[in-house]
Design a protein around this ligand. Structure first.
Ligand SMILES: *Cc1c(COP(=O)(O)O)cnc(C)c1O
Ligand SMILES: [Zn+2]
Length: 423
């Protein structure tokens, strides 16, 4: 049958070229592929053999495109890539200790080209939009989608329009979006309002909507889960834990792990844990109701990347949690900042929303849901430099920044203090 867009609610199908996000029945669409024609074991070897260092010249399968058979077999050629993906896994004793989980890995998606996992989805969705002849690209964004879309739009030579909630975009993300030349409109409403507006504007067929409602974004974002499975020797950890806002990413991980299992790459699925900020917790509340009901809230949290009250990928995310026997947890802003402190203090660093993943692991461990001997991957979704204000606010409480007259005597005293801080 080939790849197509399919509605999970009413089973209607549409050709990929329709580039639709929603079905006539109102549900979001998924990309559905036939099982790959090559056996899983053989394909896994091919994926591994295609992996080149980012310094290699003339990489025929750059970035996430080494997985092309599982994301878009009929891929645009050459790929529109910034050599995204293939991000590192870290383990650190202080982080394990913080969470109370010995075998805890951090997958650092902040090490993508624009500093967040959004790049994985954009290389696919922007590539397809360009091939289909769209003349401009559009998104609503809390910041990272905008930064990533602005970069891939610039790379592909297409203008970008961003709708963002006024005063709620972290500085680093704003700087990237401006530098890459996107048009940015700060609207007076919140992200949820911006997304509603963007979805309405997208009925203009010259402009493509690139939010995670777009099924091609989900296909690209699956590759982080592929890398995790590959990194564990085509097995999976017990848990994969990630921050959840608009719920596109948890949906992508759920779809990826389901496909890996059904196509014979892995024997089982990891349990997925979606972590929300307490002030932006509609998915958590719905989970508490056994998903009997969809919940909306007015969102407020310092973790601006997940400051979302009416998540668009709600139904997809319910499937991801159910099929993986997953859970949804919430953490406070204080818990988020504690976790960020631990991640920053070991030299990795991340933005506040990402730290929610570690705060979530710690909470799920303390509640006995994650066992002390289980293998856990927490996903750090965004780079520390995305949100400099979050660091400056905290630096006021720390004592690692002073001004001194440039006298050698004073500086020698300071050297003594620094030596006492040895870790
Ligand atoms: C986009 C984003 C999220 C949330 O992902 P969703 O797909 O909206 O659930 C979390 N953290 C960071 C840093 C992000 O950029
Ligand atoms: Zn439908």
């Amino acid at each position: 049958m080939g790849s197509r867009l399919q509605c999970p609610r009413c089973s209607s199908t549409f050709p990929l070229e329709s580039f639709r996000s929603t079905c006539t029945c109102g549900s979001l669409l998924d990309v559905r592929h036939d099982p790959p024609p090559v056996p899983a074991q053989k394909l896994a070897e091919i994926f591994g053999a295609r992996l080149r260092p980012p310094s290699a010249a003339n990489d025929p399968f750059p970035g996430v495109w080494r997985f092309r058979e599982l994301i878009l077999p009929e891929a645009p050629d050459p790929a529109l890539s910034l050599r995204e993906g293939n991000t590192p896994l870290f383990r650190h004793p202080a982080i394990s200790h913080f969470a109370g989980v010995e075998e805890l890995w951090l997958k650092h998606e902040g090490m993508n080209p624009t500093g967040s996992f959004k790049d994985r989805g954009m290389t696919v969705a922007v590539g397809v939009a360009r091939r289909l002849g769209y003349r401009a690209l559009l998104c609503a964004s809390t910041g990272n989608t905008a930064a990533s879309l602005a970069a891939y739009g610039a790379l592909g030579g297409l203008p970008v329009l961003v709708l963002a909630p006024q005063g709620k975009v972290a500085l680093g993300k704003m700087i990237q979006t401006l530098a890459f030349g996107a048009f940015i409109v700060e609207i007076t409403g919140d992200f949820d309002e911006a997304l509603r507006l963007a979805m309405r504007l997208a009925d203009d067929h010259r402009i493509a909507l690139l939010n995670s409602v777009n099924p091609f974004r989900i296909e690209g974002q699956k590759t982080a889960a592929f890398e995790i499975a590959e990194g564990f020797g085509w097995d999976v950890p017990d848990w994969v834990v990630l921050p959840a806002g608009n719920l596109g990413n948890i949906s992508a991980y759920g779809k990826a792990f389901e496909e890996l299992q059904s196509w014979g790459f892995t024997k089982r699925m990891p349990r997925l844990a979606a972590i929300q900020a307490e002030g932006a917790n509609p998915f958590y509340r719905s989970f508490q109701l056994g998903f009997a009901q969809r919940v909306e809230v007015k969102a407020e949290t310092i973790a601006t990347a997940i400051r979302i009250g009416s998540p668009a990928s709600f139904e997809r995310a319910v499937r991801a949690v159910r099929s993986s026997e997953g859970v949804v947890e919430q953490v406070t802003d204080v818990e988020i900042l504690e976790a960020k402190g631990a991640i920053d203090a070991c030299g990795l660093g991340c933005e506040p929303a990402s730290a929610a993943a570690l705060a979530g692991v710690r909470k799920l461990r303390s509640r006995g849901i994650i066992g002390p001997k289980q293998r856990v991957v927490a996903v750090l979704t965004g780079n520390l430099l995305k949100d400099p204000d979050a660091v400056l606010r905290r630096a006021q409480d720390l004592d690692n920044r002073t001004t001194l007259p440039a006298s050698e005597v004073d500086l020698r005293k300071l050297v003594e203090r620094v030596l006492q801080r040895e870790r």
